[in-house]
Design a protein around this ligand. Structure first.
Ligand code: NAD
Length: 263
């Protein structure tokens, strides 16, 4: 299938590792110009070099930015617009907020998670839209979690703000359809990244089991019997963000190996 990405520019946020990295690499592999951002300069540089070397695409750029900060997002767009008029494809990703249950979360943690998980999407979308509207074409894919369909124990911040992103995305899909800007949500179930390994470790500490036991239990709850790979997740992100997707908008798609049982 031709994803028609050769003349497109994508921004993938939080992309020095994990799902963001795999997605940025997949876009680059399809010939798109790709901007990556992340908070750490050395990690970002390493990611950009890896993608360039492994895909043979030189049009890959890294810009240091913390997506929870408004000023960083404005600077990110200023730097992008020094190279291109704007981005065609926005992949909104960010690190996950800390794990925890209601009683362990104070106002400051709520505010920080709000900025990281919800306001980042609002701000990045706001700055992407003028160019997308002007050219009457755009794709926005917001990474959330399978928790938008089924909340996950001990992740109250994530459960709360990611459903906010899902509501925002559906509303935007309706508002932006007339500009041919398609907005979708992609929810990972359990994809093998550092973040998932960290969560397994936390759970092992809570339950007193080994990390291997925790992973085995998680895998046995997944109909496909294993964690997904970042590449399997990225394939759907790239399709939804491509010109090959002409008619899917306002949807929440889970890449979860069948984990969530809801329709
Ligand atoms: P990860 O921790 O492996 O990678 C996160 C990336 O985000 C890193 O590159 C990190 O440097 C960057 N980052 C973190 N905070 C940032 C910020 N404020 N500004 C810019 N960059 C930032 O995580 P992952 O597994 O790739 O997951 C990505 C997102 O998907 C997270 O929000 C995670 O909670 C969510 N998620 C992942 C899974 C999964 O199975 N991997 C499941 C559910 C939800």
């Amino acid at each position: 299938m031709d994803l028609k990405l050769a003349d497109k520019t994508a921004l993938v946020t939080a992309a020095s590792r994990g799902l963001g990295f795999a997605t940025a690499k997949a876009f680059a592999g399809e010939g798109a110009r790709v901007f990556l951002c992340s908070r750490s300069g050395p990690a970002l540089l390493h990611a950009v070099e890896r993608i360039q070397n492994e895909t043979g695409n030189a049009l890959v750029y890294g810009i240091v930015a913390d997506v929870s900060l408004s000023a960083d997002i404005e600077e990110l767009f200023a730097q992008i617009q020094a190279v291109v008029p704007g981005i065609d494809i926005l992949i909104n990703n960010a690190g996950g907020p800390p794990a925890g249950a209601f009683d362990g979360v104070d106002d400051e943690l709520w505010q920080r998670a709000f900025s990281l998980s919800l306001m980042s999407v609002v701000r990045l979308t706001r700055l992407s839209l003028p160019h997308m509207r002007q050219q009457m074409w755009g794709r926005i894919v917001n990474f959330t979690s399978s928790s938008v369909k089924q909340p996950i124990e001990n992740l109250i911040l994530s459960n709360t703000f990611r459903t906010g992103v899902a509501g925002l995305s559906k509303s935007l899909a309706l508002e932006l359809a007339k500009y041919n800007i398609l907005v979708n949500v992609l929810g990972p179930g359990k994809i093998s990244t550092d973040r998932v390994a960290e969560l397994d470790k936390i759970r092992a500490v809570h339950t007193g089991e080994s990390e291997q036991q925790v992973k085995h239990q998680s895998e046995s709850a997944i109909p496909l019997g294993r964690y997904g790979s970042p590449e399997e997740f990225a394939a759907m992100a790239v399709f939804l963000g491509s010109a090959a997707n002409g008619y899917i908008t306002g949807q929440t798609v889970l890449v979860d190996g069948g984990l969530v049982r809801s329709l």
